[in-house]
Design a protein around this ligand. Structure first.
Ligand code: NAD
Ligand code: TYD
Length: 370
C-alpha cells in the first residue's frame, strides 16, 4: 500500500503515546504510523488493541538508545516525521534510579536526533519534522502564594494558588532527575535546530490524566487503591499543586502543532486547571465511591499522609496563551467531565490494571511503600 508519508511515534505503547498513535492512525489513513517502543514496564500493547489490525499501523520493538537500529528504521521506511514521546517518566523512579533517566531521556533523544539528521540532512530536510514532547517540570517549581486557593483568581488573570505561570520564556530550573533529564533533552533538540537547521518543535505540557496511564502516577494509583480499599499515600501535607489536562486534549494539541506549528518554536500546553493534591484526592474518592455505589465519605479514612517526596516541587501552572492565540487550541473537556470519564474507565477496565500491575511492577511498588 502507498502512503503519503511515514511517521515514527516513539513511546507509542505508553500512556500519552498510545493516545497520539490512536488519533493519528484513525485520522490520517494516508500516513503510515510506526510505533517505536521498547516496551518497558510502562509500555503495553494492550493500550492499542483497537488499532492493531489497521493497514497504516506498524509496531516496532526497539530501544531509542540503539542509534544504528533507529537509523535503519528511519531510512528503510523513508520516515519524514518523528513525534518523540519515549521516555522514563516517573519522578519517584528517577529519584531512585537517575542513570536510567539520563540514558533514555538524554542519550535516547540524542541518538534519535542524530539518526534522523544523518538521513534528513543530505535531502535538505525537505518536508521533515522532529517533534519533541516535553514537560512543564523543566521550568522548576512555582511558589504557593495563595495557600488557601482563590477560585476567583482566574477571572482576574492569575492562578488560584499564585499569580505567576510558566511561559515559554521561563528559565529552565529543573529539580528532579526526571526533569533534569527532560530539560537536557529539550536543549539537545534546540541545539540540532540551531546548529544543523533541523526542523524541530518542542512542547512542554502540564500533568496529563485519563485512560491507560500506568498506575504508579497519582490519579490511576489512587482510583485503584480506593476500589480495593488500600491506603492512599499522600506525600507531605497534600498541599502541592498540579495543573491537570485530559490526555486526549494533549494528543489533539500534538496533532495541531505537528502540522501547523512554526519550526524551531516551543509551545506550552495546558488547560489552566490547577488543583491542590488533597482537594483532587477528595474528588477522586467521592467520584469513585459514587460510581461504586458506596455511601459518601466511606473511604475518606484511606487518606494516609506519608513522608514527602525528596525535592517535591510545590506548584506547576502553565500558561498556554501562545498556543491558543497562534494556533487556536483549547482544551475540549472540563475537568469534572474528564475525571468522571477517567474514574469510570479504570473501574470498567480492572483487567487492564491487573495486567499492567502484574510481575515486576508489584515488586517495585512494595519496595517503594514498605
Ligand atoms: P509513559 O511512561 O507512560 O510511557 C513511556 C513509553 O516510552 C513507554 O511505552 C515505554 O515503553 C517507552 N520507552 C521507555 N524507554 C524507551 C526506550 N529506551 N526506547 C523506546 N521506548 C522507550 O510516559 P507518558 O506519561 O506517556 O509520557 C510520554 C512523554 O510525555 C514523555 O516524554 C514525558 O516526559 C512527556 N510528558 C508526560 C506528562 C504526563 O503527565 N504523563 C506530561 C507532560 C509531558
Ligand atoms: P505524579 O502523578 O507522580 O506526577 P508528577 O510528580 O510528575 O507531578 O504526582 C502528582 C502529584 O501527586 C505530585 O505532587 C506528587 C503527588 N503524589 C502523592 O502525593 N502520592 C503518590 O503516591 C503519588 C504517586 C504522587
Amino acid at each position: 500500500m502507498e502512503f503519503d508519508r511515514t511517521i515514527i511515534i516513539t513511546g507509542g505503547a505508553g500512556f500519552i503515546g498510545s493516545h497520539v498513535v490512536r488519533l493519528f492512525v484513525n485520522k490520517y489513513p494516508e500516513y503510515k504510523i510506526i510505533n517505536l517502543d521498547k516496551l518497558t514496564y510502562a509500555g503495553n500493547l494492550a493500550n492499542l488493541k483497537d488499532v492493531e489490525g489497521k493497514p497504516n499501523y506498524q509496531f516496532v520493538k526497539a530501544d531509542i538508545c540503539y542509534y544504528e537500529t533507529v537509523k535503519e528504521i528511519i531510512s528503510t521506511n523513508n520516515v519524514t516525521g518523528i513525534i518523540h514521546l519515549a521516555a522514563e517518566s516517573h519522578v519517584d523512579r528517577s529519584i531512585v534510579d537517575p542513570f536510567t533517566f539520563a540514558r533514555t531521556n538524554v542519550m535516547g533523544t540524542l541518538s534519535l536526533l542524530q539518526a534522523a539528521r544523518e538521513f534528513w540532512e543530505p535531502q535538505g530536510w525537505a518536508g521533515c519534522r522532529f517533534y519533541h514532547i516535553s514537560t512543564d517540570e523543566v521550568y522548576g517549581a512555582l511558589e504557593l502564594t495563595k495557600p488557601e486557593g482563590d477560585p476567583g483568581a482566574k477571572e482576574c488573570g492569575g492562578g488560584p494558588f499564585g499569580d505567576d505561570f510558566f511561559t515559554e520564556s521561563t528559565k529552565y530550573q529543573p529539580h528532579s532527575p526526571y526533569s533534569a533529564a527532560k530539560a537536557s533533552s529539550d536543549h539537545f533538540v534546540r541545539a540540532y535546530h540551531d546548529t544543523y537547521g533541523m526542523p524541530t518543535l518542542v512542547t512542554n505540557c502540564s500533568n496529563n490524566y485519563g485512560p491507560f496511564q500506568f498506575p504508579e502516577k497519582l490519579i490511576p494509583l489512587f482510583i485503584n487503591n480506593i476500589r480495593h480499599r488500600r491506603p492512599l499515600p499522600v506525600y507531605g501535607k497534600g498541599e502541592n499543586v498540579r495543573d491537570w489536562l485530559y490526555v486526549v486534549d494533549h494528543a489533539r494539541a500534538i496533532d495541531l502543532i505537528f502540522h501547523e506549528g512554526k519550526i524551531g518554536e516551543t509551545y506550552n500546553i495546558g488547560g489552566f486547571n490547577e488543583w491542590k493534591n488533597i482537594d483532587l484526592i477528595k474528588v477522586l474518592i467521592k467520584t469513585t465511591d459514587r460510581l461504586l455505589g458506596r455511601p459518601e465519605g466511606s473511604d475518606d479514612d484511606l487518606i494516609t499522609f506519608v513522608t514527602d517526596r525528596k525535592g517535591h516541587d510545590m506548584r506547576y501552572a502553565i500558561d498556554s496563551t501562545k498556543l491558543k492565540e497562534e494556533l487556536g487550541w483549547e482544551p475540549s473537556l472540563q475537568f469534572e467531565e474528564g475525571i468522571e470519564k477517567t474514574v469510570k474507565w479504570y473501574l470498567e477496565n480492572q483487567d487492564w490494571l491487573d495486567n499492567v500491575t502484574s510481575g515486576d511492577y508489584m515488586k517495585y511498588y512494595e519496595q517503594m511503600y514498605k
